[in-house]
Design a binder for this molecule. Structure first.
Ligand SMILES: NC(=O)c1ccc[n+]([C@@H]2O[C@H](COP(=O)([O-])OP(=O)(O)OC[C@H]3O[C@@H](n4cnc5c(N)ncnc54)[C@H](O)[C@@H]3O)[C@@H](O)[C@H]2O)c1
Length: 334
């Protein structure tokens, strides 16, 4: 589909907001549902500054089925993009029930409201974490998922994928696309949108930016004795704007049943290489300290993004240097 009304859950969040911008710029009519647990209402003004359009907004919690249902009775949507969810890995270990209730319960409520209103197109934010430990660095969609996932957050993503497959079996009208993100970083080139998590971040880039802003004294590098080229962990970082564009092509190509795609660059970057990239872009030294590796952290995880290229014609256009530049620009503006 190339136009229509899209409901974006989690649309004021980091990845959701960038995707909303791409959708509006491509001519879609967008409405946002978010409970603002991890985002701010001002994001709507920023989206308007970039696109000239302020999307209709529902401050609704997916955990409340009646409220979700009301959103669907207001408007007939052509598709839903479902970003809303809790995503802090360490927190999910401490509060598993909150993660299961929010991510799985919220998704079930969303699906029930969709079915009730005949909305049967969905794009879902999954994660490379569903692959668990495959014993190899490069991950592709043919691999079995669900084994060796080390935390409840990852398990919610795996379980939601299984729920979506069951829903598609039960109702042949469903068109579902599951996108497995690798490590989203970067910000919008305008400097208006970026990642600004409430609470303590535990992903590399938000921590780097807090160190740069003087809010945290130093970056802790978890392990320098992994079997990688410099001993630090290697990950596949993807610029959030490339990721947002991936959602657009997924929507344009959506068809019956369930399709699954990796969204990653296919290129690995180590923690030490990220520190160097930061120093190159900012001209400043980044204080860091090497500490022991974290249990559950795998040495190297990289996407095989070839299926998304073959079937959707999508590949990344930006690199980690672009992401560093855009993140620093966002930091300067905010
Ligand atoms: N950022 C990453 O590294 C990454 C990697 C893989 C997958 N993902 C997934 O992508 C999605 C978006 O991630 P993000 O980085 O933009 O996160 P984010 O926290 O910035 O955005 C998520 C949004 O969902 C909202 N939300 C959470 N629970 C809700 C609920 N019950 N009802 C309504 N709104 C709710 C939050 O307020 C927030 O605005 C998430 O599902 C996340 O798990 C993220």
């Amino acid at each position: 589909m190339k136009n229509g009304k899209i409901l974006v859950t989690g649309g004021t969040g980091y990845i959701g907001s960038h995707t909303v911008v791409e959708l509006i710029e491509a001519g879609y009519e967008v409405e946002i549902l978010d409970n603002l647990y991890n985002s701010k209402i001002e994001v709507l003004d920023k989206i308007e500054k970039i696109t000239g359009v302020k999307p209709k907004f529902y401050k609704v919690d997916l955990k409340n089925y009646d409220d979700v249902l009301k959103v669907f009775t207001d408007t007939k949507y052509d598709a839903v993009m479902h970003f809303a969810g809790l995503k802090a890995v360490a927190e999910s270990v401490e509060k598993p029930l909150e993660y299961y209730e929010n991510n799985i319960g919220g998704t079930v409520n969303l699906l029930k409201a969709m079915v009730k209103n005949g909305v049967k197109r969905l794009i879902f934010s999954s994660s490379a974490t569903v692959y668990g430990d495959q014993g190899v660095a490069k991950l592709d969609e043919s691999m079995e998922t669900g084994k060796g996932i080390t935390n409840p957050y990852g398990r919610t993503k795996y379980m939601i994928e299984e729920i979506l497959k069951d829903v598609a079996v039960s109702d042949k009208e469903f068109e579902i696309c599951i996108l497995r993100y690798f490590n989203p970083i970067g910000a919008h080139a305008s400097g208006l949108l970026g990642e600004d998590p409430n609470g303590d971040p535990n992903n590399l880039m938000p921590v780097v930016m807090r160190v740069a802003a003087g809010r945290i004294p130093k970056l802790l590098v978890y392990g320098d004795d992994y079997p990688t080229r410099d001993g630090s962990c290697v990950r596949d970082y993807i610029h959030v704007v490339d990721l947002a564009k991936g959602h657009l092509v997924a929507l344009e190509n959506i068809s019956g049943g369930v399709k699954i795609y990796n969204l990653g660059s296919g290129v690995g970057t180590s923690v030490f290489e990220m520190i160097k990239a930061f120093e190159k872009e900012s001209g400043e030294k980044l204080p860091f300290e090497v500490v022991g590796g974290r249990s559950g952290d795998l040495a190297e995880l990289i996407a095989d993004p070839s299926l998304a290229y073959k079937e959707l014609g999508w590949k990344t256009e930006l690199n980690t240097a672009d992401a560093m530049r855009d993140t620093l620009n966002y930091l300067k503006n905010n």
